[in-house]
Design a protein around this ligand. Structure first.
Ligand code: CDP
Ligand code: CA
Length: 441
C-alpha cells in the first residue's frame, strides 16, 4: 500500500514495508505466546542448520474466522508459520472469500443461511492440510445484521451454523458461534490496523484511530492522548483491552442503526417502523423519477424520488442531518487527528474515483462533501451508478462532520488491505482466539 506522508508525520513510514512484517510479527508473538521463551534450549542440529532454515521443525498453523456481516458473510483463513522452535512464528498470509447476502437475509430460512457458511468452510478444508484440521479453530462472529433481528431468529441462525461447524473436522471452541458485542468490533479492528502498520510493536504510541462503516452499524475507535478525553467521555465509551502483553485504554463505540444501509432507511423514515403494504418512502436524495424496491434484513421497502418537490445536495443534506445531528458523541481530540477508514467509506470513495479501487488513498473530509455535491446536483449524470449514491455520500459527509465532529481538513487513510491482509476486525479476533486457546507450536 502507499502511505501519504501527511499521515505519517508522527510515525515511521518505514514500518509499513512488508519486509519488516516478519520481524514485527515475531516481536508481537513473543508476547502473545510466552511459551516461546525457551529459546535458550540447545539443539543438536543447531550447528548444521543456520537459524531459519531448519526444515525439520518448520510448523504451520491456522486460524479460521468468519465475519457474518449485515451485507455478507466472509471467511478469513490465516496462516502462521514457525520455522524452528527458536524462531518466533510469522503471519504468512490470509485466504479471504465472501458471499452475499449476509446471514440476516436468511432470517426465515436458517438452514439456507448455514449452507452459505458451509460453502465457505469447504474452502478451509482445501486450504488447511488434513493433519492440522483438528488443531485449527473455527469461529464465527456476527455483527449488526443479527443484532437487529429478533432474539429467536438470530439464535436459530446461530444454532444452524454451529451444527455446520460441529460436522466439520475443525476444532470448535466453546462459544464458537456468537453475536459480537459492538465495542469489540471497534477494538479488534483497531488492533488489526495498528498491528499491520507496526504501531503495536515496542512502546510506540503513535497509533491511529479507526472508522468502520458497515451496513447496519458504524464504529469509531482511538487511543486517547489527552486526560480531557477520558474525563469527558461517557463511561461505556472507554474500555481497557489486553493484548500482546500491553493494556490499551481505548475510546470505542459502535452506533447501531448508523451503518450506511440502516442510515438509508432512517433518511427515508423507514427504520424501526412497521412498513405498511405498498407504502412508498420518498427522499430528495434520490433521482426524481425513481420508483423501486429494496430488500434489507429480510424486509421489502418501496422507495422513490421527490417527483414534484426538490432534489439535490442542499435538501438532501437537511434530510440526512436529521438522522445524525446530536446523536453521536463528539470527542474534541479527534478533530486534529487522522484516521484509518474502511468498509463503506472505502467503497463509496472508490465508486466515485476519489481513490483508486486497488490502492486506496488519502482524503480529507471535505473531499466527500465535494463529491456529494457533484453527484446530488447532477443525478442524471450518475444514473447508471446506484440510485443511492447521492444519499450515501451525503450521509458520509454528515456523519463525519456533524456526527463525529471532524474538521473539513481531517485526513482519512482509506484502506482495504495492509501488506495484503484485510483491514478487518477478524485478525484481531483471531489473535484473541489463539491467545485464549493457548495455541502454541
Ligand atoms: N472484509 C471486509 C468486510 C466488510 N467490508 C465492507 O463492509 C461493508 C459492509 O459492512 P458489513 O456487511 O460488515 O455490515 P455490518 O454488519 O458491519 O454493519 C461493505 O462495504 C463491505 O464491502 C469489506 O470491505 N471487507
Ligand atoms: Ca462489518
Amino acid at each position: 500500500m502507499t502511505v501519504d506522508p501527511r499521515l505519517t508525520a508522527s510515525s515511521d513510514p518505514g514500518r509499513m514495508t512488508s519486509s519488516r512484517l516478519p520481524i514485527l510479527l515475531a516481536l508481537v508473538f513473543s508476547s502473545l505466546f510466552p511459551v516461546f521463551s525457551h529459546s535458550n534450549r540447545e539443539m543438536w542440529f543447531q550447528d548444521l542448520f543456520p537459524p531459519n532454515t531448519c526444515p525439520i521443525n518448520a510448523k504451520t498453523f491456522y486460524g479460521i474466522m468468519f465475519d457474518a456481516g449485515s451485507t455478507g458473510t466472509r471467511i478469513h483463513i490465516y496462516t502462521f508459520v514457525q520455522k524452528s522452535p527458536e524462531i518466533l512464528p510469522e503471519l504468512e498470509g490470509e485466504i479471504f472469500e465472501s458471499v452475499k447476502p449476509g446471514l440476516s437475509a436468511y432470517a426465515d430460512q436458517p438452514e439456507k443461511g448455514a449452507e452459505s457458511v458451509k460453502r465457505l468452510l469447504d474452502m478451509a478444508i482445501d486450504a488447511v492440510p488434513p493433519h492440522l484440521w483438528k488443531k485449527t479453530p473455527v469461529v464465527l462472529k456476527a455483527t449488526a445484521g443479527l443484532r437487529l433481528l429478533s432474539e429467536e431468529k438470530a439464535q436459530a441462525l446461530l444454532s444452524e451454523v454451529k451444527e455446520v461447524f460441529e460436522e466439520s473436522p475443525f476444532l470448535v471452541p466453546e462459544d464458537s458461534v456468537s453475536i459480537m458485542d459492538g465495542s469489540y468490533e471497534g477494538i479488534l479492528a483497531w488492533i488489526t490496523v495498528n498491528f499491520l502498520t507496526g504501531q503495536l510493536a515496542g512502546h510506540n504510541q503513535h497509533t491511529t484511530g479507526t472508522l468502520d462503516l458497515g451496513g447496519a452499524s458504524t464504529q469509531i475507535t482511538f487511543l486517547p492522548r489527552f486526560e480531557e478525553t477520558l474525563k469527558e467521555s461517557p463511561r461505556d465509551f472507554l474500555t481497557s483491552f489486553e493484548m500482546f502483553n500491553s493494556t490499551y485504554k481505548l475510546y470505542t463505540h459502535s452506533y447501531l442503526g448508523f451503518g450506511l444501509k440502516a442510515a438509508r432507511l432512517a433518511t427515508l423514515g423507514a427504520l424501526n417502523t412497521e412498513v405498511a403494504d405498498g407504502q412508498m418512502f420518498r427522499s430528495s436524495c434520490l433521482p426524481k423519477q425513481l420508483e423501486a424496491e429494496w430488500h434489507f434484513g429480510g424486509v421489502k421497502y418501496r422507495y422513490g424520488g421527490n417527483k414534484e418537490g426538490e432534489t439535490g445536495f442542499k435538501p438532501c443534506y437537511l434530510e440526512v442531518l436529521k438522522v445524525v445531528k446530536g446523536k453521536l458523541h463528539q470527542p474534541d481530540e479527534i478533530r486534529g487527528s487522522s484516521f484509518y477508514a474502511f468498509s463503506y467509506y472505502y467503497d463509496r470513495a472508490a465508486d466515485t474515483n476519489l481513490i483508486d479501487y486497488e490502492q486506496g488513498g488519502v482524503l480529507e473530509v471535505r473531499d466527500f462533501e465535494r463529491k456529494a455535491k457533484e453527484v446530488c446536483d447532477n443525478m442524471e449524470r450518475f444514473s447508471s451508478a446506484s440510485p443511492f449514491l447521492c444519499m450515501d455520500l451525503t450521509y458520509i459527509t454528515a456523519l463525519l462532520k456533524e456526527g463525529f465532529g471532524f474538521r473539513d481538513n481531517t485526513l482519512l487513510q482509506l484502506t482495504k488491505k495492509v501488506n495484503n491482509i484485510e483491514t478487518s476486525w477478524t485478525l484481531g479476533a483471531t489473535f484473541h482466539l489463539l491467545q485464549s486457546l493457548g495455541i502454541t507450536y
